[in-house]
Design a protein around this ligand. Structure first.
Ligand code: R5P
Length: 304
C-alpha cells in the first residue's frame, strides 16, 4: 500500500467492480469515488459523478458484459472531462472485444479495431491485463493511446502455484496459451506442454493433447480466459484417461458463462483458480499491486 495520498488524482469506480477498484485505490494511494448509476426501466442509464474532479482521473471498470459497460464508460469519460478531468486513464483489467481481430468472414466487423478506436477517443491511457492479442503484437496497435499497457498476471500466478501445488505439470489447452504457460514454467522451472485446439463453433472445440506422461501428475491447465469453459472441459476430459493425481484450472479472466464452472467440475477439475480481473467465486489472486505499480506513470506527480 502507498503511504502517501495523491490528492491531485481520483480513482472512479463502478458498482459492479467496487471491491477490486477500492483495493487498487488503496494500493496506489489515490482517493476513491464511485459513479452513481441508475438503470431506467427502458434500459437507458443515468450516470452521475462527483461534481468537481481533479486533473487526473482513473476510471476503473472491467469490461465483461461489454455492451452495456462500454456505454457507461463513455458516459463517465465524457462527463469527467466536462467536470475538469484533463487526463483520463482507463484501468480495464479485462478488456473486451480483443479476440475478433480480423474479418474471418466477408462483411464481419473487426471488433478489436472498432472498439479500440472508440476507447481511444475518450481516454488518454490504458492499463489492462493479459489482453488477448493474437494478430497484433502490441496493445497500442489495438487501442491507440499512449501508454497502452498490457500487464501479465503470470508472475502473480507463478508465486501462487509455488505455494499451492507440489511440482505441478502445466498444460496450455491451445497454441495461443503458450505465452502464459511458458512464462510461468520458466519462472519456476516447471514441466509444461501445449495442446492443439480446433474450434467448430462457440461451444464446440476439440483439444488434442501432446504425448506426455500425465499419470499421477498434478496438472494445472493455464489460459488467459475461460468463457464457455469448453476449451478447458475438453482438455480435462482428454487428460482424465491418463489418471493424473489432480487437475486444476488457473486463468486470468474468469468469464465462466452459464454452467461452465459446474461442467468443469463434472469433467474432473478439482480446483478452479482465477485472478480478480472479473469478479467470480474462483478469484484467489488479487492484482491490485501489479496495477498500482503500472498506474504510477499515469497519475499526477505526488508533490503537485
Ligand atoms: C482463445 O484462444 C482463448 O485463449 C481461450 O482458450 C478461449 O477464449 C476460451 O474459450 P471457451 O472457454 O469458450 O472455450
Amino acid at each position: 500500500m502507498s503511504s502517501q495520498q495523491n490528492n491531485s488524482s481520483l480513482l472512479l469506480g463502478f458498482p459492479e467492480y467496487r471491491a477490486a477498484a477500492q483495493r487498487l485505490a488503496t494500493a496506489a494511494g489515490i482517493p476513491y469515488a464511485e459513479a452513481l448509476i441508475h438503470h431506467f426501466p427502458d434500459g437507458e442509464t443515468r450516470l452521475q459523478l462527483p461534481e468537481s474532479l481533479p486533473e487526473y482521473v482513473i476510471l476503473c471498470q472491467t469490461l465483461d458484459h461489454p455492451n452495456s459497460k462500454l456505454t457507461e464508460l463513455v458516459l463517465a469519460a465524457a462527463t469527467a472531462r466536462d467536470l475538469g478531468a484533463r487526463h483520463i486513464t482507463l484501468v480495464a483489467p479485462y478488456l473486451c472485444y480483443m479476440r475478433q481481430d480480423k474479418a474471418f468472414h466477408p462483411g464481419e466487423a473487426v471488433s478489436q479495431r472498432v472498439i479500440g478506436t472508440l476507447l481511444s477517443q475518450w481516454i488518454d491511457a490504458l492499463i489492462t491485463v493479459d489482453s488477448h492479442l493474437h494478430r497484433v503484437s502490441q496493445l497500442k496497435d489495438a487501442v491507440p493511446v499512449d501508454p497502452a499497457i498490457n500487464l501479465s498476471a503470470t508472475t502473480v500466478m507463478s508465486a501462487f502455484l509455488g505455494e499451492q501445488v507440489d511440482n505441478p505439470f502445466l498444460l496450455g489447452p491451445d497454441e495461443e496459451s503458450e505465452q502464459w504457460v511458458a512464462a510461468i514454467a520458466r519462472d519456476k522451472g516447471l514441466d509444461y506442454c501445449v495442446a492443439r485446439k480446433q474450434r467448430f463453433g462457440d461451444q464446440q472445440v476439440r483439444v488434442s493433447l501432446p504425448e506426455a506422461d500425465y499419470r499421477n501428475r498434478h496438472i494445472v491447465l493455464v489460459d488467459d480466459v475461460a468463457s464457455t469453459g469448453r476449451t478447458l472441459e475438453e482438455a480435462t476430459l482428454a487428460l482424465a484417461h491418463f489418471e493424473p493425481a489432480s487437475i486444476s484450472v488457473l486463468v486470468t479472466h474468469a468469464l465462466f458463462v452459464g454452467d461452465a464452472q459446474a461442467r468443469l467440475h463434472r469433467a474432473g477439475v478439482n480446483h478452479i483458480w482465477s485472478t480478480d480481473t472479473i469478479p467470480h467465486t474462483s478469484n484467489v489472486l488479487h492484482l491490485d499491486r501489479l496495477l498500482a505499480e503500472a498506474l504510477k506513470g499515469c497519475t499526477a506527480p505526488l508533490n503537485k
